[in-house]
Ligand binder design. Structure first.
Ligand SMILES: [Zn+2]
Length: 415
């Protein structure tokens, strides 16, 4: 019988903890029902990172299983058991579990699309037609059960028991040279991105387009002495723009939701900590964090630009601010000096209120109107620098449109 299980843990360390619970659970399921119990790779489901009680990770995990009909209750008990042992009940976040038996209900599918971009209530999760348990994490758990990935990438997560050895950038560079673009987001200039900074059990996480390249990268890391205590490959919606392609975008701005808007930049200035604050002619106020690099510096120089901004809306000082995560500059309105309507020559002012004279043909004019030109030469797309990109955002070097033919039976995916 088909059973889809979803888990959303505390996620206080960027998702590492949730994937570890998923790993422990996957191991136990294989021990009891064998690897054929897995209909697909375990799924790492990234959701709206703008929700307030989440770190930038916002991750949930789902396992798509095939178990003997009578064992469904055993699966449920096992999940609660593993989550109970490993979950961290801290702060405002707490674990949630969900399970669908047979076909995944349509309402759970819709909940996934909502949870990619919006703040979803626990109530809505409980009404999605799947069994739930736990706290606020029920939302992520149900969304993970309902997740469908028309495009996907993979992430290999390697865990450790003891101390974490720092991974030298030159080794990561070598690994990348041998596998890019089939692995990506390994480095941002000299900074190693595969090693999380938090104290979670993740040793390293390597993102890629195929499970085979991730296994190869793992073998390299092991050869260089970075041997994990265990590892697992997740299929994920990371780097696929799932939030833009599947998520629900409302025309009206809502707090903690993804939003996009088009307007003309009327103001842009640095505020405290050198973050950029600006305004569009449609009334939207936006913020670009300083460390997003070019995204901030280009928009700073862009008053008069016609732009499309994407980001998350957060309440601040009684208003809603758009925290930009990507921008498209479509063009810029530039004021061009008036010319003589007869010969095209330059005009000279005869003094305030006295009109204009053409320098070339001498024609006198009472009024001379400046024209607005639309300059498209600066048309460009702006993304944060690699280390600052959030999980769902598709980097330009990645093409997750690769055929989705990889199946867990074709490749080693857990160790
Ligand atoms: Zn003239």
């Amino acid at each position: 019988m088909r059973v889809v299980v979803g888990i959303d843990d505390t996620d206080s360390h960027g998702g590492g903890c949730t994937t570890y619970v998923g790993y422990v659970l996957a191991k136990e399921i294989i021990r009891r029902w064998g690897p054929q119990a897995f209909r697909d790779f375990p799924r790492l489901v990234r959701l709206n990172p703008n929700v307030p009680f989440k770190t930038r990770g916002n991750a949930a995990v789902a396992l798509d299983l095939d178990v003997p009909g009578g064992d469904v209750e055993e699966v449920w008990r096992l999940v609660l058991d593993v989550v109970g042992q490993h979950a961290r009940w801290e702060g405002k976040t707490y674990p949630g579990v969900a399970m669908a038996m047979g076909d995944v209900p349509e309402r759970a599918r819709i909940l996934y699309r909502m949870a990619l971009t919006q703040l979803v209530s626990v109530n809505a999760a409980d009404r999605a037609g799947v069994r739930t348990w736990g706290g606020r994490g029920r939302v992520g758990a149900v969304a993970a059960v309902g997740a469908v990935f028309p495009k996907s990438t993979f992430e290999l997560l390697a865990y450790r028991d003891g101390e974490r050895l720092p991974i030298p950038p030159r080794l990561v560079k070598t690994m990348e040279a041998l596998t890019f673009p089939f692995t990506f987001h390994n480095l941002d200039r000299g900074r190693v991105l595969i090693e999380p900074r938090g104290p979670d059990p993740v040793y390293y996480g390597i993102r890629g387009l195929t499970p085979h390249h991730l296994i190869y990268a793992l073998r390299l890391m092991e050869m260089w002495g970075f041997r994990p205590s265990g590892w697992v490959i997740y299929r994920t919606n990371q780097a696929t723009d799932a939030h833009l392609e599947l998520g629900v975008f409302f025309e009206e701005p809502h707090p903690y939701s993804f939003y996009h808007t088009r307007g003309i930049v009327t103001e842009a200035r640095r505020i405290k900590a050198r973050h950029l604050m600006g305004r569009l002619d449609n009334g939207v106020t936006f913020i670009v964090y300083r460390h997003l690099g070019k995204l901030a510096s280009e928009l700073e120089r862009c008053v008069g630009c016609d732009v499309v901004l994407y980001g998350g809306l957060k309440p601040r000082r009684g208003g809603l601010y758009l925290y930009v995560e990507r921008a498209y500059i479509l063009g810029r309105y530039v004021r061009a000096k008036a010319r003589c309507p007869y010969c095209g020559g330059a005009l000279e002012s005869l003094g305030r209120g006295k009109g204009w004279a053409c320098r070339r043909c001498g024609t006198m004019l009472h009024t001379a109107e400046a024209r607005w030109l639309y300059d498209v030469s600066i048309r460009t797309a702006l993304l944060p620098r690699p280390g600052e990109r959030r999980h769902l955002l598709k980097p330009p070097e990645v093409d997750p449109a690769l055929p989705n033919f990889f199946a867990p039976r074709d490749v080693e995916w857990i160790g």
